[in-house]
Structures are given as C-alpha cells and as structure tokens.
Write a protein that binds this ligand. Structure first.
Ligand code: BTN
Length: 263
C-alpha cells in the first residue's frame, strides 16, 4: 500500500486565537487522537518556546502550527522528529519564497545567521491511541512571516528576506507536503539515516565554533568546534583538548572563530 498523500494524511483545524497550538494538540493526543492532526492559529495567548520560554507574536504575523505524529522509533532518535519537520519547513520556505533557510542545531531555521523559525517537539509516552510501539509527538513551528521576532533578538522574517509579501496559506500547504515523506522516513532505520544525511547537508552549525549551553546536570556549558552530527541527529562537539562530546540537548550559540593560538 502506498503512503497517504498530504491531503489524506493531515486534518487541519484552524483557530483565530488559541492559548497554544502545541498544548491543544498534546491534549488531543492524550484523548487518543490519531496521527495527522494539525492545529493552525492566527494568534496564541500563551505560545510556548523551548526551555519554558514564551513564544509571542502579533496576530497574523507568523505561521503558528502544530502537527501530531506517532512515529515508531527508539527514544534516542527523538531529535529526528524535530529534524524531519524543520527540513520540511525549510523546503516549504524555498518553494514558496525562494529563500532557503539553514538548520541551526538543535531546532532553529536561520537565514544569514538570523532566526526565521523555531521548532518545539514535545512527546507524551502515556498518550493512548497510536500504533503498537509508537509514541505521540507534537511538533510545533513558529515561522516569522511578516514579523522578525522581538526587537533585539536578532531575528528576521521571510518577507524581509524575500523582499515581497508571503502568503501563509501557501506556506502551510507546501509545509504539509514537504513534511509528509519525512514523517514516513521516521519509522525505519534506512529512512532515519536518510533524514540524518539530509540534516547534515542543511545544518549550518557543523563546522562552527559553538557554545553548547547544557543543563548543569548534563555537564554545563561546553565550548568547542561543532564537528559532526550522529545518526540520531545529536551534535558532536570537539573541545579545545580534542575530546569529543555527544550533545543530545542544549541551546547552541554560534561563536566567532577562535583567535590563532587561543585554543
Ligand atoms: C523555540 O524556538 O523556542 C521554539 C518555538 C516554537 C513556537 C511554536 S508556535 C506554534 C507552536 N505552539 C506553541 O506554543 N509553540 C509552538
């Protein structure tokens, strides 16, 4: 049987305003909603970003969307859910506007090193209703269409980069189309290794000097060269002493190259 096309796979619910599309879809997943639910809002009153931050945007200025996936994959490969969606969003931007963002590890899309979108993946292993062995994962996207993000945060918008108005409906349609095959890829080892390869090609963090800001319990801040991505999509950072550290979760800051002789 062939994989469902985007129009059979996704069930889109639209909201003029909602607390958070991610919260809504997570709640629906806990009630047993099957994979494929999509919530889209013009405005969120309690939008959430990574690490407990708020995600705020003026009404109608961003594409705010959350997707319910139920992939069958090992917990170590969870990051590939973020990657699958981020890569699809990047493709959609390129198709609709000609602007092709890169992926800044772990979950931002950037143009000229400026953030144009953030991705927030959340899972609930207890949510019922999936295929045996699957886990409910909600992946939310906040894509700056006409607003570059809070002032001073160094963000940009698709309209600023494209130099013309961008239609959010066309973006959504392109996004759902581009994410579909990548969602299928999550369920098997060969698909996952193709996703990891695609992520390596589009990741603008590898090759940069970075500060990986990890929780203290996970080792705290780590400065070094972002050397590689593993097959699970984790970042390998090579510290000044040459030791390699695999980072599964962190905030990453791109740094200027070190001055010669400073390590
Ligand atoms: C980040 O960069 O911190 C991730 C931001 C993710 C924001 C999106 S907007 C749609 C969805 N609903 C939410 O509450 N958050 C995500």
């Amino acid at each position: 049987m062939s994989a469902p096309g985007p129009s059979e796979r996704w069930r889109v619910r639209r909201f003029p305003t909602i607390a958070s599309t991610n919260t809504y879809v997570l709640d629906e997943a806990r009630r047993g909603e099957p994979a494929g639910l999509v919530a889209v809002a013009d405005h969120q009153s309690a939008g959430r970003g990574r690490l407990g931050r708020r995600w705020e945007a003026p009404p109608g200025s961003c594409l705010l969307v959350s997707l319910l996936l139920r992939p069958v994959l090992p917990p170590a490969a969870f990051h590939l859910c973020t990657a699958a969606v981020a890569l699809g969003v990047a493709d959609a931007c390129a198709t609709v506007t000609g602007v092709a963002p890169g992926v800044k590890w772990p979950n931002d899309l950037v143009v000229r090193d400026r953030k144009v979108a953030g991705v927030l993946a959340e899972s609930d292993p207890g949510a019922p209703g999936g295929e045996l062995g699957s886990v409910a994962v909600v992946v939310g996207i906040g894509l700056n269409v006409s607003w570059p993000g809070p002032s001073g945060a160094g963000g940009t918008s698709l309209e600023e980069e494209a130099g013309r108005p961008v239609d959010r409906e066309r973006l959504l349609e392109a996004l759902l189309g581009a994410v579909s095959p990548r969602v299928d890829a999550l369920d098997g080892p060969s698909g996952r290794s193709e996703l990891a390869a695609d992520l390596r090609r589009r990741c603008v963090t590898v090759g940069r000097r970075v500060r990986a800001e990890r929780p203290r319990a996970a080792g705290g801040d780590l400065v070094g060269l972002a050397a590689a991505l593993t097959d699970e999509g984790h970042l390998v950072v090579e510290a000044a002493d040459g030791e390699r550290h695999e980072v599964a979760a962190a905030d990453v800051v791109h740094l200027r190259p070190a001055a010669p002789g400073s390590g």
